[in-house]
Write a protein that binds this ligand. Sequence first.
Ligand code: MG
Length: 719
Amino acid sequence: MKNRESEFLKVEEGRFSTGTFVLLLLIAYSFAVAVRYLWIHWAGTHPEFLWHGQVMINTNDGYYWAEGARDILAGHHQPHDLSPVEAPLAILTAWLARVLPFSFETIILWMPALFGSLLVVPMMLIGRVLRLDWVGFLAAMLAGIVWSYYNRTMAGYYDTDMLTIVLPTFVLYGMIKAVVSQKNRYMILTAFMMLFYTWWYPAAEPLNTAFAAIVLIYTLIFDRKNPYLYKLLLFMLVALLPLGWMVDGGLATGLYLFFHFGKQKADRLIFPLLLIAAAAFVGMGGLDPIWFQIRGYLFRESVAGGTGTSDLHFYAVSKTVREAGKIPFEIFADRISGDPVLFVLSLIGYLLFALRYPVMWLALPMMGLGFLAMKGGLRFTVYAVPPMALGMGYATVWFSQRLAGVLAGERWQGQRVARFLSLLILAAVLYPNIRHISDYKVPTVFSKPEVEVLDRLKKIAQREDYVLAWWDYGYPIRYYSDVKTLIDGGKHSGDVNFPVSFALTRPQLASARMARLDTEYTEQAYTTQKSGSYLAMMMRDYNLTDPEEFLIALGQPIFKLPSRSRNVYYYLPYRMMGIYPTIEFFSRLDLKTGTPSRQSTFYQINRFARKGNLIIFGQDAFVDLKSGTVTSGKKHLPLSLIAVTQYDANGKLHKKIKRYPGKEGLYLIDMRDYHKILLLDERAYRSAYVQLFVLENNDPDLFEPVILTPMAKVYRLKK
Ligand code: MG
């Protein structure tokens, strides 16, 4: 019975010569890189995606690491500018930029493609350990370009993601190789891969811990009398100790030498050492990060962060983060395998594989983390890619060998036929993924005209100056203009977003004061011990306890500002218009209770037709410019004002404003060059963003225009 079972699961093993193996590895690697080049090629045909003659990156966070690398190369950065000069990715990038003859832009564009494609290496090595080189090759071809893996390691996706799957797959390889070979040197390899992974990506701890747990479970089920496996566990626990990679690495090396030279005598100490390591691991809080993760992702605490210690209630950002939602099965399956049918086949393949080679169960933590995506959000799917691709590789070889057996008569005589069939299947498996890649035409983070504005600002602003802008633009602003920002892709909790949201959506006087206060308090907070949000600090210093009272005081003629330590610039891009309502959310709420208040009316209409005095939006929605009425179905609303804006040949903005006397209603702005109509209420119309960006209506006492272009405008705060 047992025999027949394993006969059913079995595939013909096969190991190529080193030369052939390396050749296949190069093929898989080149394939993954070549597929990634498609995006660069496409983007290169769009001049607005180019800067310094090179395609720009397409992930916002990339500018964070780029800032760190730039500062490492420059040899200096400013205190509290949040530049990640100690981050591994920034260090690696700076080093590559020093030794390679390519431009910095070229390096950050290509790094994710070249490093991300390295996934094929541990994939093929895993196949080779089990004498299944062909399975490894097929799996590597797939894993390197599979949907979610591609999305997170495509060219220009310059982020730590480029190695966050490669490294745990190397850990998996280390474990499998160690278990199969039972050699001490692969235990040390596993430990060092774990350390490398943690160094690169601090959030690696839970997965590394799960790897150790699965080794323990594997040992207890399949081979509990084998001391070698406990030794492996010991090395893994040492690598998990929260003592930094140097101490852990030193300990692991010491242990390796001890076992290597101590031979059987040393082996007698495996269990005592294991107990000590386990106690140290738990004692040093090794299990805490797991609790933290589970709490964060599974229970999704709605009051997450940003409330500080004050009594103020800010808007919790987690509410707007799309990734943290549940996802339907089909999307989940597409991300992991490229297609729901392939997903199911991969899963079956993985089960066959693990039943035949139980060491494959060691990949379960990656499967588990990937499947957590069903609850925790899309970002996790990518972890299941390597084991599922191995499953697909196994299923492909299993099936094609059997089919070849039928076609070629004798079961194992059909090796060549089987190879050929498996390549056909591979092509079918790759197809949906390649199609996804060719459809996935993401733009660069910023367009060339926007970067030109930031580049000009770099020559005007000092490195200690602050730029006020929504957090989405924080990292790119810091990278291109070499300034400081108030909020960014990492610093954007409700409390820090509040003042910026306020400054963008309130009238100019209140806006200017909040911008000055926020800048001075942001800088102060780095050096003083004051607690709570910046707003709470401000209120304490102004002796006010009611936030409403404080915010109203900001808009009054008499208000004493702190002394100014530096310049503050507003960066107002056209692209911010689309997210104006979201930005406003963060400051339109009752800070005492956290209850949202009424949002401003902010409609943008991009599709409309003009007909005489009418602007027609839809079947029964139109504006009559003559009488000044907006009609929507049976509702009629008066217009207070219409403003028409238009740039002349020199890029200067001209506006015509017509008021409808005695009428209180909506404000219509006809942005001719943008083919856009704005319908606003008075609050939105008076906001700093609309006045400064849309109308260039700056209060000369408060704001000085610095750079004015249709795509982005920069003003300097005068007070
Ligand atoms: Mg700096």
